[in-house]
Every structure is written in structure tokens, then in C-alpha cells.
Design a protein around this ligand. Sequence first.
Ligand SMILES: *[C@@H]1O[C@H](CO)[C@@H](O)[C@H](O)[C@H]1NC(C)=O
Ligand SMILES: *[C@@H]1O[C@H](CO)[C@@H](O)[C@H](O)[C@H]1NC(C)=O
Ligand SMILES: *[C@@H]1O[C@H](CO)[C@@H](O)[C@H](O)[C@H]1NC(C)=O
Ligand SMILES: *[C@@H]1O[C@H](CO)[C@@H](O)[C@H](O)[C@H]1NC(C)=O
Ligand SMILES: [Zn+2]
Length: 355
Amino acid sequence: MKSFLKLATISLLTSQCFGNAAVKNNAKNTGTLATVYTECKKPGQFVLTFDDGPNAGTTERALNVLKKNGIIGTFFVNSANYVDLVNSVEARNIVKRAYEEGHDIGSHTYQHKDLFLAMEEGSLEINVDKNNEVISSIIGRTPVFFRPPLGNGGFTKEYCTAMNIPYDMRTEQVRQYLGERGMKVIMWNADTQDWNNKGNVQNSINELAKSLNAIGKSPQNSSFITLIHDVHDYSVDVILQQVIDYVKQNGYQIVSLAECIGEAPYLDGYNPNQSTANQSTNTGATTGTMPTVNSNINTEPGMNMNVGNTNTATSTLNSNSSLGKPIDLESASIKNFINSIFTVIFLALLNTLLY
Ligand SMILES: *[C@@H]1O[C@H](CO)[C@@H](O)[C@H](O)[C@H]1NC(C)=O
Ligand SMILES: *[C@@H]1O[C@H](CO)[C@@H](O)[C@H](O)[C@H]1NC(C)=O
Ligand SMILES: *[C@@H]1O[C@H](CO)[C@@H](O)[C@H](O)[C@H]1NC(C)=O
Ligand SMILES: *[C@@H]1O[C@H](CO)[C@@H](O)[C@H](O)[C@H]1NC(C)=O
Ligand SMILES: [Zn+2]
């Protein structure tokens, strides 16, 4: 009886240690936060991104405008927003067309869901993973670029400090979840507010001008990523062309997002614009390594204050991958270490009492 209990204690101890090691290793894998981009690598570049689509009619007209102007844009798509991307052949064909015409296809979540809310209600998996699956089922590639609805998950600590706005710790959990999947968070640093300016294109131009004509900004030293919604008639029929003209008049070159940030748009490293995005693509896409060149609003390598929480939140999805890999003892956090010590003391005490 006594020896059985001792055996049980020992196995409990080892499983605890193993568990901790697995968690540590997990923490290292998941410690890479998805990089957040708000601008391009090179000054003078400008990127057009489209959110909330596809939508029957309007998205095709946006594609027509882009084609006419010889411009590559990025479409951040939802599966269940304006159309049913899972079941509608028409909707799927719109995304396929965008892809085939050379545009980058990114994710904007399945349900157009604020990821902070998604975390609360446990729908991160459907909004991130399932949306990627839907996109992959259409174009045969898994997207890397992710545009968070409302921007939540993309407002980094540095950004909030610079803007003097409160930082939300959940941002790290969102970035970690996306980082594990090799995804990149694409924010913006110029807005058209097109959804807010229905019927008044001048307001959109004025919005853009706030960024482009801000003090100290010029094509010699600045680049921009903007957003527009390909789901509104007025946005695609009027605002889009005028934005293109305005941006060009201001001396900026409109490039693809892949070219702008120098990253492949898809997990397999495929990049329709290899010329500039070559260098960092393959490793960056799968392991989520930090690019060397980047914007001022950037990553926070190493700082994982809430690793414990995040692990519990994502362990079901991630546990599988962490088990097959070698255990990295160096990544032990103090918290885990202290936990182990307490466990050892507790078990030793228990052991003594059993005698
Ligand atoms: C950017 O370029 C413009 C025009 O050359 C110049 O006036 C401005 O001072 C520059 N800003 C910075 C931050 O270098
Ligand atoms: C893509 O690459 C081609 C060839 O280098 C280039 O001509 C084109 O401008 C690029 N398009 C964009 C928008 O990046
Ligand atoms: C880009 O990658 C392709 C395929 O890996 C390679 O053939 C090509 O030479 C590369 N181009 C540059 C500019 O590095
Ligand atoms: C775990 O990994 C195995 C082998 O790689 C795979 O077949 C299985 O589907 C994975 N399970 C989960 C839950 O991801
Ligand atoms: Zn949106």
C-alpha cells in the first residue's frame, strides 16, 4: 500500500514536471506574437486594402476599377458577412477572380467578429481557423494577412503609448493566437472613412489628406496603408477611383501589400510579386519570425506577461504540436519554476505524511 502510494506520488511528480515542460515549450512556440504592420518598408509606397467583402456586384466593380488602373489590392474577406462564402458559388467566384487577377486575399474573420469578443465567447477558432479554411477551399492557399475588425488585436503597446490611449492586454493574446498560425496583423495609417462618407467623396479625400499631408510627411519619407470597403456602392463607384487619383497626384506609388511589407501573402510562401518579397518570405510565413525592417509600431519580442492565461486559452488547439517537439528548458518562466518548487514541496510533504 505504502509503496503504491509512493509510486503514485512519483508518477504524479513526473507528470507535473512533464506538464510544466510541455507548457514551457508551448510558451516558447506561442511566444511569437504576430507582427503588426501599419506602413511599408519603403517610403513613397501606398497600399489599398478592402474590408468586409465579398459582396455581390460591388466587389466585382472594385475589381474592375483596380484592373483599369493596373493596381494590386488586398481583400480582407469574411465568410459570413454580406454573402455566404461557404455555400454561394457566386460569392466564391468573386474571391477566386480577385485572387486570379493578382490581388492578395487576407482574412477579416469568419463573422466579422471583434477578436476580443471572440475570445470571450470562445469563437476564435471559427473566426480565425475556419475562415482560413474557407479561403483555402476557394483559392487553394492559406492566408497570412489578417485585418482585425475594429482593429482590436492590432493596437500594440507602443502604438497606445505613442497615441496616449489605454493599452488592452488582450491584444497580446490575439497576436499570440495569430502568431502561432504564422499570420500577420495588418493595420492602417491612413483612413478613407468611406463607410461614414456615403455620398460625399470629398470627405474621404479630406480624411486621407489628414495623413498624407500631415506635417513632415512626403513620399520621400513616408508610406501608407489605407482601407476602404468593397461592399458599398458609393465606395467602389466613386470613392475608389478618386482615392487612386489623389494618391498618385501626391507622388505615391500604389503597390501590393506583399510588396509593401515584404512578406508572402500565403503560408506556403507563394507570392505573386516575388521581386521584392523574396528575402523574408518562407521563414517568416511559417515560423512567424520577426522581420528585420519594419515600421515604428512593431513587435514586443519576449515579453509574454500573460503566457499562463494564453496557454490555457489555446492549449486545446496547440497541445498537439508542442508534444512532438524537443523540450526547451531555457524558456522556463519564473512562475513555472516556482510552481514546480511548490509542487515538489507539497509532494514531499505528502510523502512524509504517508509514512
Ligand atoms: C519628409 O520630407 C519632406 C519633404 O522633403 C520634408 O519637408 C520633411 O521634413 C521630411 N520629414 C522628415 C520627418 O524627415
Ligand atoms: C508586381 O511585380 C511586378 C513585376 O515585378 C511589378 O511590375 C508590379 O508593379 C508589381 N505589382 C505590385 C502592385 O506590387
Ligand atoms: C525569388 O525567388 C525565386 C524562387 O525562390 C528565385 O528564383 C528568384 O531568383 C528570387 N528573386 C530574387 C530577386 O531574389
Ligand atoms: C495531432 O497530430 C497528429 C499527427 O500529426 C494528427 O494526425 C492529428 O490530427 C492531430 N490532432 C489534433 C487534435 O490536431
Ligand atoms: Zn470590417
